[in-house]
Design a protein around this ligand. Sequence first.
Ligand code: MET
Length: 343
Amino acid sequence: MKKLLPTSTSGSLPKPSWLAQPETLWSPWKLQDGELVDGKRDALRLCLDDQLRAGIDIVSDGEQTRQHFVTTFIEHLDGVDFEKREIVKIRNRYEASVPSVVGDVARQKPVFVDDAKFLRQLTDQPIKWALPGPMTMIDTLYDGHYKSREKLAWKFAEILNQEAKELEAAGVDIIQFDEPAFNVFFDEVNDWGIAALEKAVEGLKCETAVHICYGYGIKANTDWKKTLGSEWRQYEEIFPKLQKSAIDIVSLECQNSRVPMELIELIRGKKVMVGAIDVATHTIETPEQVAETLRKALQFVDADKLYPCTNCGMTPLPRHVANGKLNALSAGANIVRRELLAK
Ligand code: MET
């Protein structure tokens, strides 16, 4: 990116209320068949328009065609039975009804490639595409087949690599893997999680990112955060290994978070998507609050490597709140950009 401090989001944005129940994760669709296909595309165009109007530099599809950042991808794969649901504890903290792995997992056809082509022809801005990361995928499933988290993660990494290569060919500039599970299972991350992620990006020429956050602004997560004490040092466990990894960009939660900013020093050399928008509150940040977070991050990231972003996805927020937050992100980045250019 030539522009200093290019802004983006973690990926998801609220859906229009005619497409899906607002402010709900795993929200059921309100349309069917052909109408649903058209409705998703219309929503994608609207949310691209919102991003462009707000001045967001690296745009996304707002994840308008998926119900959930992990399960929608999995729905398109062989070997997973969505009828056979089990209640499991995900991210080691909350129970969810998830599908079961019942046979060898495989991808017969592309999942998001047509959507990416559609977005590509709508804009010349750089585009970022989010996919679930292998560890977060296995942590959102019941596995009655491989019976090994590592083995299944490796299979998913191979599948993600096929999808990522086709997304790259469709003109995606940055492919992001969402790995909130990296903030929970540190030993596994260091043993095989980062290696699986590297498998997923193998051979890609476009830029690659990993998004690691403390989750959507839902109660299970905000309750969990209350138990984490005054300093959140989870990132410290995995940054040294991530710093040496093949991933280009690390996307982090920073706004209103208790993560000590200096931890970013541990990934020196990587580009950092700094979460400057809190997705766990409906209060819209002022541009100055966004600017302040970015200034703090600049102590530990070179200006040409700092990418202002949101803490996590905004899909569970009311639309007007998400739009306000997009504007705040843009305005806050502008303040700091001007300061940097005046130096
Ligand atoms: N790309 C996803 C989103 O923006 C990341 C979710 S991580 C809990 O919604």
